[in-house]
Design a protein around this ligand. Structure first.
Ligand code: COA
Length: 329
């Protein structure tokens, strides 16, 4: 079994910045409410780009950072809950934009845990030596499934993409992985699929389809908050146990960026100094599968991550899904 290391990171954020004030002209909300409940100040929205465009731009930067050419990429996985369409996969479009023609490509759907799931899957392909080098991307244009009249969700999310290049290595890299799901919580966070459009289907659904009702995100915020407070510490504990580490040996903990209050509660509950948790939610809002690779890229760029340091990445979200990865940088 080979070791697997992250050798490059990249991010791409669309240009259009939307402030809390901007949103207060759209729905009944205030900057103060959004800041105090979530920590969010701004988010970015794609106005003329789709998920594949954001993903390809983040991926290109990660490849440059890794010093890898498109010919060396064996596998591309795009974690997204907002693909460009049902077919082709967003990963195939990314492959086309990058010219990485020999890569196997597919999308992975695990909502805000998507990047953790995708990195786990790609790692298995490399550990077993089926592939040598993979692009793992988290990319979202959540703005296209947002209900812009629902103040309880539209203030929380943003668009963006983050990517990592991983490669087989002699050195220690990704060490422990833990993933979990609970479909009983499917209705806590959802964005219904396209309604059936065949004329044999039940009348009301057919009507919905012909009226052009598109799926919009809904969320039971309080329940999701409670779920995160319970699951995130459990995820951290699981990867620590698997790697036989104590929490004090960890240098950085990178949670999916959903809400600063979740981060603060987890830090307090697990008695981990809050400085070990990276936060950029004030800038981007919740970018779902993109949030962890965006954070990793910022941390690398700012020299916050030093070689040999121990990191835990934790995702959680719709499904319900959750997961963590412990790695040496
Ligand atoms: N602006 C102003 N008021 C708002 C609002 C907004 N954007 N959104 C909701 N409210 C109102 C509610 O209608 C409610 O009013 P009411 O008491 O008159 O009914 C009031 O604020 C309190 O709402 P509540 O849901 O109790 O707030 P909260 O403290 O639970 O915070 C969330 C709401 C969404 C910020 C919080 O539940 C949360 O962060 N949940 C997790 C969401 C998440 O991270 N999801 C993604 C996970 S991957």
């Amino acid at each position: 079994m080979s070791e697997v290391c992250i050798i490059g990171t990249g991010r791409y954020i669309p240009e259009e910045q939307v402030t809390n004030e901007d949103l207060s002209s759209l729905v009944d909300t205030t900057d103060e409410w959004i800041r105090t409940r979530t920590g969010i100040q701004t988010r970015y929205i794609a106005t003329n780009e789709n998920t594949s465009h954001l993903a390809a731009k983040a991926a290109k930067k990660a490849m440059i950072n890794a010093g890898i050419s498109e010919k060396e990429i064996d596998l591309i996985i795009v974690a997204t809950m907002t693909p460009d369409g049902a077919m082709p996969s967003t990963a195939c479009l990314v492959q086309h934009y990058l010219g990485a023609h020999q890569a196997a490509c597919f999308d992975l759907s695990a909502a805000c845990s998507g990047f953790i799931y995708a990195l786990s899957v790609a790692t298995q392909f490399l550990k077993t030596s089926l592939y040598n080098c993979a692009l793992v991307i988290g990319a979202e244009t959540i703005s296209k499934v947002m209900n812009w009249q629902d103040r309880s969700t539209c203030v929380l999310f943003g668009d963006g993409a983050g990517a990592v290049v991983i490669q087989q290595s002699q050195e220690k890299g990704i060490e422990s992985i833990y993933l979990g799901s609970d479909g009983r919580g499917h209705d806590l966070l959802q964005c219904e699929g396209w309604p059936l459009q065949n004329p044999m289907h039940r009348r009301e659904l057919f009507k919905k389809a012909t009226e052009g009702v598109f799926p919009k995100m809904t969320m039971k915020g309080k329940e999701v908050f409670q779920f995160a407070l319970k699951r995130v510490p459990y995820c951290i504990q699981k990867v620590l146990e698997e790697g036989d580490y104590g929490v004090e040996e960890m240098d950085h903990i990178i949670l999916h960026q959903a809400n600063d209050r979740i981060l603060e509660s987890v830090a307090k509950k697990m008695k981990i100094p809050q400085e070990k948790f990276y936060s950029n939610i004030h800038r981007y809002g919740n970018t779902s599968a993109a949030s962890i690779p965006i954070a990793l890229d910022e941390m690398r760029e700012q020299n916050i991550l030093q070689k040999g340091e121990k990191l835990i990445l934790v995702g959680f979200g719709g499904g319900l899904t959750w997961g963590a990865i412990l790695l040496t940088w």
